[in-house]
Structures are given as structure tokens and as C-alpha cells.
Write a protein that binds this ligand. Structure first.
Ligand code: UGA
Length: 428
């Protein structure tokens, strides 16, 4: 099959490489010439394990990249993987995706064969019917051969290639049997090798499945954090409690790690977007709103625990970990941001360390100090908070002896307790 993928961001590049690996001929389309050049040379424009190997294997053979939309009509199926950022009020901003949908439609205006345009981006239940399908039709002059479907992605940063190649489920949201067959033709080489559930539904339901999935996972962490805060009040260890709770198959042991909360490019944006979409329909999703509120509160709890030991005003406080999770330099919605902001507002002198994300954080907070190791961040500090669970923090030991006041509040349960260190776990 010949597939075109519009948008070579983190999702688009991953699916481009993986579709090629499944044996399809793939053309990636992006407006950024540097990204296009990188893909054609088999280089990954983003850092994702396994991605560069796949690109290097298939570039120039089954995989090519271009800035031209001509490849759309030459392909059998087109995937749109364009970002859907948030507006000020948290609602979804479809501007870029709508423009790409219209451009894809224009490229298909004269196509005589049937063609499926698949939305890969995360969109609200009304986005396809009210905005994106009309945009494609506007572009194609209502070419009856063009149809729109939805195929949400469930990839995590840091394991996107692996997640694509070993999915729990794939979701096909279509309006016809023909469109479902097209998506089967795309995914069957994967489904023949890997046993995954296939959900066949309509585009609006497929859109909602993606939001419900992320809203559930984010809320699960917030619930665990809420319970964790209660555990802390009783002097109990939330990890011991949740390890037992997770033995219940209905709950599962995954996503039970309590701490300073969830961040990244997906959970915060997606929960905000579905909350805003629900409010638009005059429904207040109280539990989802509470999940966001609890998440916003966790960095404050971290600092309250610090304040039990140190007054941050004029104190030197080390912030260990800046990325929203380990193995990435992505700081989008990282819990380190409100943590640093609050420390600064309380008059602390902040020294931050992260093995890979410091440069990104420097753009956000140019005024704070950045250390080149955890050891030098700790040296002379009056207190430290841990925001990201980088493995290297588990090995910290004598480095704490160099602190002016050895106090650590751990937001991720990664630092080992040791003699001489005042150690506080956020929920344990
Ligand atoms: C998330 C979902 O896990 C993917 O399924 C989804 O496809 C993706 O969003 C998306 O919509 O694109 P991702 O944002 O890469 O993936 O990161 P996760 O590994 O899920 O972690 C999200 C946040 O939750 C991190 O800040 C992490 O530290 C936090 N987390 C995770 C916890 O605090 N506790 C846990 O037990 C698990």
C-alpha cells in the first residue's frame, strides 16, 4: 500500500517509520525542509529509541519525505498527524489541522479513485464532523471519492516505536465498510504478527476513545496522588498500600506511582480539551476537573513538606529533575515548572539539574542557576526537591553530605533514605 503522512512531528515521524517497516511505501509530507531532509537522509528529527534505525533502514527505499502535497493523490491512504494545541481556555485549537485537512482535500480534488483521509491527531468528538470533514470537502470540491476516518494513537514518548509495534488495541473510526477495509490493509501486516484487539467504530467514538483513555490514566494518577496525600497524613506509605490495591485485576498494578503529578504534551492538554468540550455542551465533568486540581496541588504539597524543614526565603534550593518524565528532554507541563515558579515566588535561590532537559528549561527560566551534575546542585544547598525519577538519582549517596542542610523532599520515590539525611517522601 502507498501511504502519505502529513506532519512529521513525534507522532507523524513514528508512524511514518513504522508503516515503512510494516512493508508499506510511505511518503512523509512536512512544511519544514530541515525535517524533510533529515527523513530523506534516514536521520530522526526527534530523539526516540529505535526510530533512527527504522528511518535509516527504509529511507530512500520504501520511505521518502517531501514538502509537496502531490504525494497525497498518488497514495492510497493519507494520515494527518498535525498537532492540536490548546487555546487560552484549554479548548482544542484546530487551526493548523484544519488547514492541512483542506490542503489534503485540494490535492484530492481530481482523484478518480476512492481515497481515505485518516485523522491521527487527537481531536474532540465534534471536530471531524463539524470542522475537519467539511475542510477536506471544501478543498476537494466535494469529491465523492474522498472519505474521512479516525485512527487515534496511544504512543508514549520514550517508547513510541515499541508501543506502535506492540499495541494493546488499534481503533478504526470510519463511516463505511470500505474505509474500515482500507485501515485493515494498513494495519494487517502488524496484526498478523502481533495479537491486538481491533475496535471498529465511527469517527466521533474513535475520537472520544482517545480522550477517555488519556483522561482515565491522568485521573488514575490523580486518584492515587489524592489517596497518597491521605496516606502521608496518617504516616503511611502509599506505595505499600497501592502495591496491594494493584493486585486487584480490575485496578491493575500500572499507573499507581504517586508523587508530584503528571505532565507532558498529552495528559494536561487532552484533559483540558475534553473538559472544555464538555462544558461547551453544558456539562461540568467534576471528576476530571478535580483530577486537574489535584495535579496542580502536588508541587505545592512538595514545597509544604520542604517548608517543614527549611524556610525557602533566601535559601539555596536544589531542584533535581526538570523533564516531565525520565528518558526525555521534554519539559512541556513538567511539574518542575510550577515547582521552580513557587520557589522563586517564595524568595528561594534555585539551582536546577537535569541530565538532558536543562537547556530547554533555561529558555523558560533564564534567571536561575543550572548545575552540570546532581552533586554540584546539592553542594551547599539548604534543601533539595526531586521532580523527575531519573535512575541516576537512585545512586546519590555521599553527595548529600555536601549540602549545607541535608534535607530532601522526594516527589518520585527515587532517592534512597540514608543516615544523616532528613528525607521526606511526598506520599510515603
Ligand atoms: C501518554 C499516554 O501514556 C499514551 O498512551 C498517549 O498516547 C500519550 O500520552 C499521548 O496522548 O500522546 P506520555 O505523555 O508520553 O504518554 O507519558 P506517560 O509515560 O504516560 O507519563 C505521563 C505523566 O504521568 C508523566 O509526567 C509521568 O511522570 C506521570 N506518571 C505516570 C505518574 O506520575 N505516575 C504513574 O504511575 C505513571
Amino acid at each position: 500500500m502507498h501511504i502519505s503522512v502529513i506532519g512529521s512531528g513525534y507522532v507523524g515521524t513514528t508512524v511514518t517509520a513504522c508503516f515503512a517497516d510494516l512493508g508499506h511505501e510511505v511518503t512523509a509530507i512536512d512544511i519544514d525542509e530541515d525535517v524533510v531532509d533529515a527523513l530523506n537522509e534516514g536521520r530522526a528529527p526527534i530523539d526516540e529509541p529505535g526510530l533512527e534505525e527504522l528511518l535509516a533502514t527504509h529511507a530512500g527505499d520504501r520511505l521518502e519525505a517531501t514538502t509537496s502535497y502531490d504525494a497525497v493523490s498518488e497514495s492510497d491512504v493519507t494520515f494527518l498527524a498535525i498537532g492540536t494545541p490548546s487555546n487560552e481556555d484549554g479548548s482544542i485549537d484546530l487551526t493548523a489541522l484544519e488547514a492541512a485537512a483542506e490542503a489534503a482535500g485540494e490535492a484530492l480534488a481530481d482523484k478518480a479513485d476512492r481515497h481515505l483521509v485518516v485523522i491521527k491527531s487527537t481531536v474532540t468528538p465534534t471536530s471531524i464532523g463539524e470542522v475537519l470533514e467539511p475542510a477536506v470537502n471544501r478543498g476537494s470540491n466535494d469529491n465523492p471519492n474522498v472519505e474521512v476516518g479516525m485512527n487515534p494513537e496511544f504512543l508514549r514518548e520514550g517508547s513510541a516505536v515499541d508501543d506502535f509495534l506492540t499495541p494493546d488495541k488499534v481503533v478504526f473510526g470510519t463511516n463505511s465498510e470500505w474505509a474500515t477495509d482500507q485501515l485493515h490493509a494498513v494495519f494487517d501486516p502488524l496484526l498478523d504478527e502481533h495479537d491486538a484487539d481491533v475496535v471498529e467504530t465511527d469517527p466521533a467514538t474513535a475520537s472520544m476513545i482517545k480522550y477517555a483513555n488519556n483522561a482515565f490514566l491522568a485521573s488514575k494518577i490523580s486518584l492515587v496522588n489524592d489517596i497518597g496525600n491521605v496516606c502521608k497524613e496518617f504516616g503511611l506509605d502509599a506505595y505499600e498500600v497501592m502495591a496491594a490495591v494493584g493486585l486487584d485485576d480490575r485496578i491493575s498494578e500500572q499507573f499507581l506511582r504517586s508523587g508530584v503529578g503528571w505532565g507532558g504534551s498529552c495528559f494536561p492538554k487532552d484533559v483540558d480539551a475534553i473538559v472544555a468540550a464538555a462544558r461547551d455542551e453544558d456539562y461540568d465533568p467534576a471528576l476530571l476537573e478535580a483530577a486537574v486540581e489535584i495535579n496542580d496541588r502536588q508541587p505545592e504539597r512538595l514545597l509544604e513538606l520542604l517548608e517543614d524543614h527549611v524556610d525557602p526565603a533566601d535559601a539555596r534550593i536544589a531542584v533535581l529533575g526538570l523533564a516531565f518524565k525520565p528518558q526525555t528532554d521534554d519539559i512541556r507541563n513538567s511539574r518542575a515548572i510550577p515547582t521552580i515558579e513557587t520557589l522563586r515566588n517564595r524568595g528561594a535561590e534555585v539551582v536546577a539539574y537535569d541530565p538532558v532537559a536543562a537547556e530547554n528549561m533555561r529558555e523558560r527560566f533564564p534567571e536561575i542557576e543550572y548545575a552540570d551534575s546532581a552533586a554540584s546542585a546539592l553542594e551547599g544547598a539548604d534543601g533539595a526537591v526531586v521532580v523527575t525519577d531519573w535512575d541516576e538519582f537512585a545512586a546519590l549517596d555521599e553527595e548529600f553530605d555536601a549540602m549545607a542542610d541535608p534535607v530532601v523532599v522526594d516527589g518520585r520515590r527515587i532517592v534512597e533514605r540514608r543516615d544523616g539525611l532528613a528525607y521526606e517522601g511526598l506520599t510515603w
